[in-house]
Structures are given as structure tokens and as C-alpha cells.
Design a binder for this molecule. Structure first.
Ligand code: HEM
Length: 300
């Protein structure tokens, strides 16, 4: 029987990440949690480029298989789950007879002789992974300090990479109307809306800085970072929880994640940024002998 050590290592990593998150919330320092999320994202995505799409997808499905099969009798009929040939679509091989139908369809889409589709997937995940890393460099080395020139150059490179990755993603999504296991047109337009949130916030940030508005630039770039975390991590973590709960309803869990992850990520980032800004305003207001709520603190 196949024991996918890599999948088990991912579970261990997820538990370690959760512990780091709890420690970070207590100590109010989030650097390690963010760094860990970036590193784990790279480990997961780079394997597509090393092992090829079918193996990368089988690994991805393997991560979901354990919870999705929890409590299921071997011969159970579940509306949102199906079998695949010799268990090839999962890193667990034949250990689990059933996988979500979207998972099997995902594998079949890329195991088929479809070189353009595979190139689009590699392009999408390569460019988006690079953007994911570089956007944190941009947030750390902002354009107002000593790194002004580097921030500007890297910003342009990052925007180009983002454009390429979104073009690949939208192209892939345009095929989803014909994939009922993903939710058909609902999946297609859900991914368009995800792309609109991610790209739209980035474009707003670029327009703001081009018109010289640094405050709005910062606000939109926080939102953009939120959509990126949403469309990658929030999406996958939500699916991990919702997939087994909604396994009787084909594609519903997937569609919830497709439609909600990017806006939810944006909302969370917005709340965090406002908290940070408010905590900076408090000491400023105290120094000036002003009440923080009177709106004067941000004007200086
Ligand atoms: C603009 C927002 C995004 C859109 C519209 C989008 C869309 C898509 C689509 C359509 C697929 C392929 C499903 C298929 O055709 O069968 C996909 C898969 C994938 N995407 Fe994205 N995506 C976005 C954000 C991201 C981000 C931020 C990352 C990485 C940092 C990422 C990495 C991946 C990976 C690795 C896969 C393969 C499945 C997996 O292993 O997770 N995507 N995405």
C-alpha cells in the first residue's frame, strides 16, 4: 500500500503553522507565520514544475483524500465523489477508492494530451508564485525609504508577472464551462471574479501611485496582498474543511471557495491594515494631547 510521506509531511507542516499562528497572535509578531506560509506555498507549487502536472495534481488531491473519506464505508455512494483508474489521480494510490469529482476531473484534464493547457497551468503557478514572494519584498521595502528605486523597478516587474499569471488563469477558466464537476459556468465566472479582485486591486494601486497618491497606493496594495493570500491559502484551507462537509453536493464546496476566497482575503487584509493604522495613530494622538477619534491624527 502506498504511504505518501510528502502528504503526511504537509499535514505536519500545517499543524506546525497553526502552532506558529497561535504564538504569533499571543506575541503580536507575525513574521514567522507569513514566512512559513510563503515557504510552504513554494514547496507545494515547485513540485508541479519538477514532477509534472499529473504528479503535482495527484499530490494535491492526496492532501484532501484523507478527510474526504473520513467515516465512509468502502462501497458507499456519495454524490460528490467518484473513483479513478487504479487510484492514479491520488498520491495515496488505491488506498482510497473515492475522490471528489472535481479532483478526478482536475487530474484528467492534465493527464490528457493537452500541451497548451499544461503550459498555461505551469505559467499560472510559476508567475503567481513569484508574485506571491515578491509582493512581500515590496511591502517590506516600501518606496518611501532608502529602497525607492528598487521598489519602483520591482513593482513594474511584479505587475508584468501578475499580468501573465492572470492571463494564464483566465484562459484555463474559460474551459471550465465544459467541466460540470467544477460547477461549469459557475466555476468559469467564479474564477473570472477572482481574477478581477486580484488584478483590479493591483491596477487600482498602480493608478494611485501614478497619480502621486501614496496613501491610496498603500491601501490598495494591502488589499491586493489580501486577495493573493485569499486566492491561494484561504481557498485551499477552506476547501480542506468544506470538501468533506459538503461531499454529498458536487462542486458546492469548490464553488464557495472560488467565489469567496479573494474577497474574503481582501476584507481580512483591510481589517488588519486598519488596526495597524489605528494603533499607530493612538500614540501620535496621545503625544499631541488629542483624542484618537477626532480624525486629526492622520492629517499631519
Ligand atoms: C488571480 C487569481 C487566481 C485565479 C483566477 C486562479 C485560477 C486558477 C485556475 C483556473 C486553476 C486551474 C484549474 C483547472 O483549470 O483545472 C488554478 C490552479 C492553480 N493555481 Fe491558481 N488562481 C489564482 C491565484 C493563484 C495564486 C495566488 C497561486 C499561487 C501563489 C495559484 C496557484 C495555483 C496552483 C498551484 C494551481 C494548481 C492546483 C494546486 O495545486 O493548488 N493560483 N488556478
Amino acid at each position: 500500500m502506498t504511504i505518501p510521506v510528502g502528504v503526511i509531511a504537509v499535514y505536519v507542516a500545517l499543524v506546525a503553522w497553526l502552532v506558529l499562528l497561535v504564538l504569533a497572535i499571543r506575541g503580536r509578531r507575525y513574521g514567522w507565520v507569513i514566512g512559513f506560509g510563503i515557504a510552504l506555498m513554494l514547496v507545494l507549487n515547485v513540485r508541479y514544475l519538477v514532477e509534472g502536472a499529473p504528479a503535482g495534481i495527484a499530490f494535491f488531491i492526496g492532501i484532501y483524500d484523507v478527510l474526504n473519506n473520513l467515516g465512509l464505508a468502502p462501497d458507499a455512494k456519495v454524490a460528490g465523489m467518484t473513483a479513478c483508474v487504479d487510484g492514479q489521480c491520488s498520491a495515496w494510490g488505491e488506498r482510497f477508492a473515492m475522490h471528489t469529482t472535481w479532483g478526478v476531473a482536475f487530474y484528467q484534464r492534465f493527464v490528457a494530451d493537452a500541451p497548451l493547457r499544461s503550459m498555461l497551468l505551469y505559467g499560472h503557478l510559476l508567475f503567481n508564485s513569484l508574485v506571491f514572494v515578491l509582493m512581500h519584498v515590496q511591502m517590506l521595502r516600501t518606496g518611501s525609504g532608502a529602497h525607492r528605486r528598487a521598489h519602483k523597478v520591482l513593482g513594474r516587474v511584479n505587475f508584468l508577472l501578475l499580468t501573465l499569471s492572470v492571463v494564464c488563469a483566465v484562459w484555463l477558466a474559460s474551459e471550465h464551462g465544459a467541466v460540470p464537476q467544477y460547477g461549469g459556468r459557475l466555476s468559469e465566472f467564479g474564477f473570472y471574479s477572482m481574477a478581477a479582485f486580484v488584478y483590479g486591486t493591483a491596477v487600482m494601486g498602480v493608478l494611485a501611485i501614478r497619480s502621486g497618491d501614496r496613501v491610496a497606493h498603500r491601501v490598495w496594495m494591502w488589499r491586493f496582498v489580501g486577495t493573493m493570500w485569499g486566492s491561494f491559502w484561504l481557498f485551499r484551507v477552506m476547501l480542506f474543511v468544506l470538501d468533506p462537509l459538503l461531499r454529498e453536493h458536487e462542486a458546492v464546496a469548490l464553488l464557495i471557495c472560488i467565489w469567496s476566497s479573494a474577497p474574503l482575503g481582501m476584507l481580512i487584509a483591510e481589517l488588519i491594515r486598519r488596526r495597524i493604522d489605528a494603533s499607530k495613530e493612538l500614540p501620535l494622538a496621545a503625544m499631541r494631547g488629542l483624542s484618537p477619534g477626532n480624525g486629526v491624527a492622520g492629517a499631519g
